[in-house]
Every structure is written in structure tokens, then in C-alpha cells.
Design a binder for this molecule. Sequence first.
Ligand code: UD2
Length: 325
Amino acid sequence: MATYLVTGGAGFIGSHLCRSLAERGERVRALDDLSSGRLGNLEGVLDRVEFIRGDVRDGEVLKGAMQGVDFVLHEAAVASVARSLEEPLEVDRINVEGTLQVLCAARDTGVRRVVFAGSAAAYGDDPTLPKREDMPPKPLSPYAASKLAGEHYCRAFWEVYGLETVVLRYFNVFGPGQDLGSPYSGVISIFLGRLFKGEELVVFGDGEQMRDFVFIEDVVRATLSACEAPGVAGEVFNVGRGEGVTINKLAEVVIEVTGLEGKVRHSPPRPGDVRASVADITRAREQLGYRPEVSLREGLIRTARWFRGGIWRRGLGYSWTGTAL
Ligand code: UD2
């Protein structure tokens, strides 16, 4: 049995990691300041997860939380391109300084390995597809720049202090538990939220931009493999499904899968948006044994069912009039 610290443990990806680890019988601590995470995400496992409310910029809190910890899964971040355009300094403080604080605390407390939640945003707008980890990064948004800075710090801590770090460049992660009420959420959650409210879907630009959507359970598997895989310290891995879909097509499939009435409206392109993002997952396949198992359609069905079955959103104006699921 190992001990894990998940920063951002009450957030979307972090809470799934905590749940999965707790169910495997591992010792789990979750650190979260609850600025965007919710304790409700940990419902049913809070008796098996030690929750610490704190900020990743607080070195003392981090050191306390890392006592006796083998693996740190650093998921805490502002995970939004849009918010980074509005508040680049704040996003830098949380994403860059927060990561540096996590690395320093891990170095000082003898943590075995830190797995860092990087982003496909690091690739930017180079038209070459699919994206391979050895392509030169070219961040387009402050968010992308902050995630890339975190990667560089991870690499530097491995080189200079011998702290084992592994970077995972998550592509577009979706699934149950993703925030549906926030304009900063991922497009799938936004689309589902709007459909359930009877609102039209807003597609930015011509909708032909492409993304690689990966279901949360596949992301959890990849992240946990990155803790134990031998010989991968200092490396970067793509975590996607390895398949691209346009936002127009996504809107179509979401409407079809839910069976809800849905209209699509186009609005101007979003600044900082990349055109196409699809992962080459060869490296993760070979070195982490990663195999994505859940198709986009299957993942959408599971996410929509979760959304329909939820009770927390009662009173927010959502309703269920669909014919499918
Ligand atoms: C970026 C990162 C991703 C992850 C994520 C965190 C890239 C390629 N990916 O995702 O790895 O870190 O940030 O949030 O940079 N859209 C609409 N209508 C909406 C909402 C979104 O058309 O109501 C479009 C949006 O213009 C974009 C696509 O959907 O082209 C995906 O947007 P997103 O905000 O879900 O995620 P993205 O790709 O910015």
C-alpha cells in the first residue's frame, strides 16, 4: 500500500483519482482550497480520504500534507484558457508558483515521484497532427504558457535535484463530475448543461476546430500508471484518445445521444483557441501501458446519465425532456 497526495483533490480530475485510489485500498490525502473544487465530488469516499483544505502556494501546508507521502498527483490549477485571458497574473500565481511550491515541498519531504497535470495546450497552433511529445511547444494562451512553465520546472527538478517527475499532457478530458454550471468548464459539460436547460448550443467560430476528447476513467488509468511505471522520470506523455472530432460534430453527437431538442448557434471565434488538437499516444502506450478504453459516444452517454441522475442541480432550471439514454 502506498500513500498518495492529490492536489486539487476535490476538483474534477483530482476527485476521480482520489476515488479510484481509495477504492483500490491506497492511503489518500486530498488537498484543495475549494475555490473551484467541491467536497460533493468526494461523496461516498470522504471516510477514506484525508481532506486538507489549503492552497498550493502555501509551502508549509504542502510540507505537512506530504509527510509520509510516496506519490504526489499535482492536479490543482486554474484549468481554463478563457480565465487565463482575463486574469493572467492570478493564473500564473496558481499554476506556476503553485507547481513550484509543490515541487519544492516534494523535494524536501522525500516524495518518490510527482505526476504533473500538464496540458495539450502546450502545443499551440502548429498545424502538424497528431501532436507528438517531441514537437516544439508553442503556447498560445497564458494558460498554455503557465502549464508549459510547470512542465519545465518538473524537468528541472528531475535534472537538478533528482526528484522523479512525470508530465502528462492531458487533452480534452470530460466525464461525470465536470462542472456544468461554469462558463469556464469544458465544452462537453457546457453543451450538456445548455441542452438540459433548453438553451441553444453556442459554437465558437466555424466549429471546424478539432479536439481529442478523452474520458475521465482513461485519464485516471494513465495517471495512476505514471506513478509506478519504471524509467519514465523526466518524461512527458500525451494523454488523449488519439482521435479528433470537430466541435460541429460534437454538438451533433451530444444532441443525438441525449435525444434532447437542440439548436446550434455560431458566435465569433474565441481568442487563444487552437485550431486542431489530436494526440499521438504511442509513447504513453509503450511506456505507461496506456490504452484508452471508452469511446466518445460511450463517454457522452455515461456523462449525460450522470447529469440526469444528479440531484445537486435541482432548482437551477435544468430539466429532462429527452427521449434517449
Ligand atoms: C484546453 C486544453 C485542454 C485542457 C483544457 C482545460 C487545448 C487544445 N486543450 O482546452 O488540454 O487543458 O484547456 O480547460 O488547448 N467551445 C465552443 N462552445 C462552447 C465552449 C467551447 O464552441 O460553449 C469550443 C472552443 O472554442 C474550443 C473547443 O470547444 O474550440 C474546446 O474548448 P474547451 O474550453 O472545452 O477546451 P480547450 O480546447 O480550450
